[in-house]
Structures are given as C-alpha cells and as structure tokens.
Write a protein that binds this ligand. Structure first.
Ligand SMILES: [Fe+2]
Length: 184
C-alpha cells in the first residue's frame, strides 16, 4: 500500500483530539504546547494503529499515516538493535509519542565545521512524549529486547532533513523519500 493510500485511511481524529491548522512555517508556541499536552494523554487505539504495524529485518519501518498542508504523521516500527542515522528535522517541528517499548535517544550539538559534540542520552519509555525541535540533532535506537513503536507528528511536513557524520560534523541533505535511513 502506498503512503498516499495510507494517508487517506488514517483519520487524525482517532487520536482523540484535533490537530491545529498551522501557518506554513509550523505551529506557534501555544500550538506546540497544546499538541504536546494532548499527545501526552493520547490513548492509542490499537484496533486502528495495529493495521499499520509492520517490521522489517534490515531497517526500522517508517510509515506515513497522514499528510495535509499542516501536518505529517509517521509511525516508526523498530526491532531490537535498529537505529537512525544522526539527523536533524530540517525546517519542521516535531513531537513523538512512544507507543510501545523503549527507545534510546542520543542528542548532539553541531559546531560549525567541527565534529559533533555529544550532549545527552536518555531512554524514552512507553507513553513518554518528546520534542524534535528545529534545533534537535539526535540518533534514536531501540536498544531493548522487544520491538518498539513510535508516533511522530511534524509541522510543517518533513520536506527535507540532514544526516550527520559524527566524527567530522559533515552534514548531508536528505529528501523525505529516502529518510528511512539507518545504520543497521
Ligand atoms: Fe528525529
């Protein structure tokens, strides 16, 4: 099934709260707070979400559930050991809900022309919500022993992002179509 078809069959109202209509450059600070607050109290309807659940052995599965002018909703399905490249989120603001399992997030700072600087590492457990801001540079992985599933809301929709080389700081422009990038 294509992303377009999936986008037409997932209704964001399933989340139980309305997604705000945002300006082209993304949500205001008030809208961000509202989305984060609502996401924290979202009860996942697995009868709906379960239809889109799938895993692949070679890379985490990135599935677009919804796309409109303001928002893109992705579901990511992670087997143990799967992880992203180090990346930013282009011009998009994002929020993530861990729906199942645990995810480990390592964050970085990117000084101009220098290797990345490690900032933090933390484990996001089921039900936890985190922000992927325009400043966030991170790597996300499933270091648990069971699969994990996460829900990601981006506004404006992810049109581009960058992956980073940790040792040199070099960054590479990535189109969304190829943004299912991973290092295992
Ligand atoms: Fe991310």
């Amino acid at each position: 099934m294509t992303d377009t078809a999936l986008a037409s069959i997932f209704c964001p109202a399933t989340l139980g709260w309305p997604l705000p209509d945002c300006e082209p450059d993304g949500p205001t600070a008030d809208q961000q707070r509202a989305v984060l607050g609502a996401l924290r109290h979202t009860r996942i309807d697995w009868a709906v979400m379960g239809r889109h659940l799938a895993f692949e052995a070679d890379c985490y599965l990135r599935r677009r559930l919804f796309l409109n002018r303001s928002w893109e909703i992705l579901m990511l399905c992670w087997l143990p050991g799967q992880k992203t490249a180090i990346h930013d989120h282009g011009a998009s603001w994002g929020s993530t809900l861990v729906m199942m399992g645990d995810l480990t997030e390592r964050t970085y700072r990117a000084p101009e022309g220098q290797p990345l600087e490690f900032k933090t590492e933390g484990v996001l457990t089921t039900g936890q919500v985190t922000v992927e801001s325009r400043e966030t540079i991170h790597e996300v992985s499933n270091q648990g022993v069971v699969p994990a599933v996460s829900l990601h809301l981006y506004s404006p929709p992810l049109r581009f992002l960058h992956s980073y080389d940790e040792s040199t700081g070099a960054k590479r422009y990535v189109e969304p179509a190829e943004s299912r990038f991973c290092t295992r």
